[in-house]
Ligand binder design. Structure first.
Ligand SMILES: [Zn+2]
Length: 348
């Protein structure tokens, strides 16, 4: 299995978010990716390579150029205002028809932000671009070889909508991989999101598509992020109706309950007859995820089983890294998943 990683993510640091009445450091920190890299290296899971530079074409297949231009220029425009602190919105503009994002950095950050946990600093764009290129490179390799690749993406991507950054996500890496697989010949791509939180950005991007099946197993959005999407009755729209599956589990769900949802998800992927798979891999389903607090109860050993179950689909697969915040466990949990996957996938 090839693994794609860039240390450009190290510059995406010192970010902040509001918590109650305080401004606090974010939990989506560089040490997460460092811990994962160390674990997959120690486990000998595959060759680690830098991503290729595809320019913006794979990104524009998912995100409108105007939004991408904002991400690329935001820090320069902010610094030109004499500002040096992390860039956060002042408020969130309602998306009513005809509203214009504006050309001013204050207007644009309000328009393109979906929550206060997703700020930009000087090194953010390089990290965001490298992360997307990890996903695109993995997709290119998987499409060409009919194999399996792991995109060690940071920042993560599954909360990013077509033109909205939120949940520490800016560009939707899983969506970029799926579109790249489609461009390279996959007629049906399934995305399986196993992060604790609903993959709301991915759902939004493909909500009216029937060539990309989106499945997500996650916490009840009544209680957990993203709060306004991820309910079981959201099944797609128009031509995409029936091609979005949300499997919602209660707080406290352990592996026995979680794996029943996974089995339903795998059956849906088989019924769809996918010819390529993207796994949005979050391991914040772990039993000890406290910052941000998550409430499933998977053990580290369970991730072997999760990887095996998805590996047995025997599909060309891109795995993109999403959440997982316990720095003592995130590397082990990801490595366990990948080891289980490789053990059971004939293409790996
Ligand atoms: Zn998450």
């Amino acid at each position: 299995m090839q693994i794609f990683y860039s240390d450009a993510h190290l510059g995406h640091t010192d970010r902040v978010e509001p918590l109650g009445s305080r401004i606090v450091p974010v939990s989506e920190v560089p040490e997460r990716a460092t811990a994962i890299l160390e674990a997959v290296t120690a486990r000998g899971l595959g060759e680690i390579a830098r991503p290729r530079d595809f320019g913006l074409a794979p990104i524009h297949a998912v995100h409108p150029p105007r939004y991408v231009e904002f991400l690329a220029a935001a820090w320069r425009l902010w610094a030109a205002q004499g500002r040096s602190e992390p860039l956060l919105p002042n408020f969130w503009r309602a998306r009513i028809p005809g509203i214009n994002p504006g050309a001013d950095i204050y207007q644009m950050v309000d328009y393109y932000s979906g929550d206060p946990g997703t700020c930009l600093v000087e090194g953010s764009w390089n990290a965001i671009l490298a992360s997307a290129n990890c996903a695109a490179t993995a997709a290119e390799i998987v499409a060409g070889e009919g194999s399996v690749a792991f995109a060690l993406c940071r920042p993560p991507g599954h909360h990013a909508g077509q033109d909205r950054m939120r949940g520490s996500c800016y560009l939707n890496n899983a969506a970029i991989a799926a579109r790249r697989l489609g461009r390279e010949g996959a007629h049906k791509v399934a995305i399986v999101d196993i992060d604790y939180h609903h993959g709301n950005g991915t759902q939004e991007i493909f909500y009216e598509s029937s060539d990309v099946l989106t499945c997500s197993i996650h916490a009840d959005p009544t209680l957990d992020y993203p709060f306004y999407a991820g309910f079981a009755d959201e099944m797609g729209k128009g031509g995409g109706k029936g091609f979005n599956l949300n499997l919602v589990l209660p707080r406290g769900a352990a592996f026995a309950q979680w794996s029943v949802a996974l089995a339903a998800c795998l059956q849906r992927v088989r019924d769809f007859d996918a010819d390529a798979l993207v796994i949005a891999l979050g391991v914040d389903t772990y039993k000890d995820e406290q910052n941000p607090p998550c409430y499933f109860r998977l053990e580290s050993e369970d991730y072997f089983s999760v990887g095996k179950s998805l590996g047995k689909l025997n599909l060309p697969t891109v795995i993109t890294m999403e959440g997982g915040y316990n720095l003592d466990a995130v590397g082990t949990n990801v490595a366990n998943f990948l080891q289980g996957f490789v053990a059971c996938n004939r293409l790996a």
